[in-house]
Write a protein that binds this ligand. Structure first.
Ligand SMILES: NC(=O)c1ccc[n+]([C@@H]2O[C@H](COP(=O)([O-])OP(=O)(O)OC[C@H]3O[C@@H](n4cnc5c(N)ncnc54)[C@H](OP(=O)(O)O)[C@@H]3O)[C@@H](O)[C@H]2O)c1
Length: 317
């Protein structure tokens, strides 16, 4: 079957490690696993990390990329694939699709039946394929980890990204005052159109915030600390611009800040996200939808950092 996969690792030129070509059909011996016909998939920065060789041992190559998919199950049901796979052999007890098991950037993907969630009515396959990783991560960061219902103001750093645009839309939908930084003036205009106050990175906020959604890392972390109100939660799920920020510990204890890690979300959180999207008619922010033949362009676009929202592959295209 047709698939996009990592054939090797290249830390400096991840696109050189990307191949679009034939891979064997997904097969899993466990009868609780099913094969989903993928109708749309979306890219995440995770796929770039994989091509760079971060998080995947070389003995798992070649590996089909992709965590996110919406498609049709063997009974004809339209489904969203929850990408967190229980994995007792993994030190985390779980893995994401494309880590220990082939991913979603393919004609078909095998997953445990329990990982299938009904696709929300009224949402297209392309829209639904945005939700399982970036949107779920943003939802958990805001709700379970950030306890956003205890506060009124939220800061989202690097707001053009997939997780960050999701956080802006969800925080606005939850009725919060949202501030968002982006390096790019054009993206700041688009963030403002989503209902946030858009700022340049490092700009002073008109108020301190209760929750910070941090996926950029070293480039923005000091600003996150300085923007946090007493008792605020700085929730970290990624570090695109570097894992090792310098942290002013005096600010952490004096302001009684909580710095919290967050990864993906639970099936219950995915259900909560889908319910919120359905009730509020929320649609994911899509940067671009390309046909599957556009995989190389899709990756180049994500790598450029010039995205605003999700880059999606329409497998019917
Ligand atoms: N732990 C988890 O479960 C989980 C889940 C999803 C993602 N993540 C991680 O979260 C991060 C974001 O993922 P994503 O898929 O949303 O990525 P993405 O769509 O590629 O977004 C990255 C965004 O980060 C900002 N950025 C990049 N480099 C920057 C720099 N040097 N300075 C300031 N801002 C910079 C940019 O925003 P502007 O151009 O607007 O400034 C860019 O749009 C990644 O590191 C990813 O691995 C983790």
């Amino acid at each position: 079957m047709r698939a996009a996969y990592a054939s090797k690792f290249d830390a400096d030129d991840p696109l050189a490690a990307l191949v679009v070509g034939d891979r064997p059909e997904p097969a899993h011996p466990d009868p609780d696993w099913v094969t989903v016909q993928v109708r749309a998939s979306s890219l995440n920065h995770h796929d770039i990390w994989t091509l760079r060789g971060v998080g995947l041992p070389a003995d798992r190559l070649p590996m089909i990329l992709g965590c996110d998919a919406a498609g049709v199950d063997p009974d004809g049901n339209e489904v969203v694939v929850y990408p967190v796979i229980p994995d007792p052999g993994d030190p985390r007890g779980m893995s994401l699709l494309s880590e220990n098991h082939p991913g979603t950037l393919a004609e078909r993907v095998a997953v445990p039946r329990a990982n299938l969630v009904p696709k929300p009515a009224g949402m297209s396959f392309v829209e639904a394929a945005c939700l399982p990783t970036a949107w779920l991560t943003a939802y958990r960061m805001l709700t379970t980890r950030g306890r956003v219902d205890e506060g009124e103001a939220v800061l989202v750093q690097g707001a053009g990204g997939g997780v960050a645009t999701a956080a802006v839309v969800l925080a606005v939908a939850l009725g919060k005052r949202v501030y968002a930084t982006s390096r790019d003036a054009g993206k700041r205009d688009r963030i403002a159109a989503l209902g946030a106050t858009a700022l340049s990175p490092g700009a002073r906020l008109p108020e301190r915030v209760d929750v910070v959604v941090e996926t950029v890392g070293a480039a923005t972390f000091d600003h996150s600390l300085k923007s946090a109100a007493p008792g605020a939660r700085i929730v970290v799920s990624g570090a695109t611009a570097g894992y090792e920020p310098s942290v002013n510990l005096r600010r952490v204890f004096a302001m009684q800040l909580e710095i919290l890690g967050s990864t993906m979300g639970t099936p219950a959180e995915l259900a909560g996200l889908l319910d919120l999207c359905a009730r509020r008619e929320i649609r994911p922010v899509i940067d671009e939808t390309l046909p599957f033949s556009g995989v190389p362009e899709a990756f180049a676009r994500l790598l450029s950092g010039n995205v605003f929202g999700k880059v999606v592959l329409d497998h019917a295209g």
